[in-house]
Design a protein around this ligand. Structure first.
Ligand SMILES: Nc1nc2c(c(=O)[nH]1)N=C([C@H](O)[C@H](O)COP(=O)(O)OP(=O)(O)OP(=O)(O)O)CN2
Ligand SMILES: [Zn+2]
Length: 151
């Protein structure tokens, strides 16, 4: 199967409620993500300006930027079911000051983000006959989570 992969990055803060180490504190990462896709039936475009491509890298970039990167960049990822009252207070202060808060209903680990991003992008790619194959999310240069779709 032929696939293409594009890499993205964004800056974001989060905290991990009940983490036993430093990660319960508010902190940030320059996240990195790899998005890998294939054309349905594993083929390539066979004519026109996109001949020989799975998808134009430019189109891949536009979809991921619109769906994921733009809403997340320089935001605070807020877990709406956090057990840490400080997290709710922080989100409230930021929201009241019209600062960027991205609310999610999952604990903001790299694993959960990979699953969430996959689900957020899958339908968009399906609309243009593209299968989302995998998403990798790096929190640090040495730590990443990967989610692969069923094929
Ligand atoms: N399985 C997971 N473990 C941890 C996650 C996670 O999302 N999934 N997240 C964190 C923290 O948010 C943060 O990412 C710290 O990670 P860690 O790799 O421990 O950070 P370091 O700064 O020590 O990274 P190095 O690259 O090793 O310097 C914690 N755990
Ligand atoms: Zn972290």
């Amino acid at each position: 199967m032929i696939t293409v992969t594009k890499e993205f990055s964004w800056d974001m803060s989060h905290m991990l409620a009940e983490h036993e180490g430093l990660c319960k504190n508010l902190h940030g990462h320059t996240y990195r993500m790899e998005v890998t896709v294939a054309k349905k039936e594993g083929s390539l475009e066979d004519e026109g300006s996109k001949a020989g491509m799975v998808i134009d890298f430019k189109d891949l970039k536009e979809i991921v930027k619109e769906e994921i990167i733009s809403p997340l960049d320089h935001s605070f990822m807020y877990w709406t079911h956090s057990s840490d009252e400080i997290e709710h207070q922080l989100a409230q202060i930021l929201q009241q000051a019209d600062r960027k808060v991205f609310a999610v209903d999952f604990r903001p680990t790299a694993e959960m983000m990979a699953i969430y991003f996959f689900q957020s992008l899958e339908d968009k790619f399906n609309e243009i006959d593209i299968d989302l194959v995998s998403i990798k999310v790096w929190e640090t240069p040495t730590s990443y989570a990967e989610f692969r779709g069923e094929r």
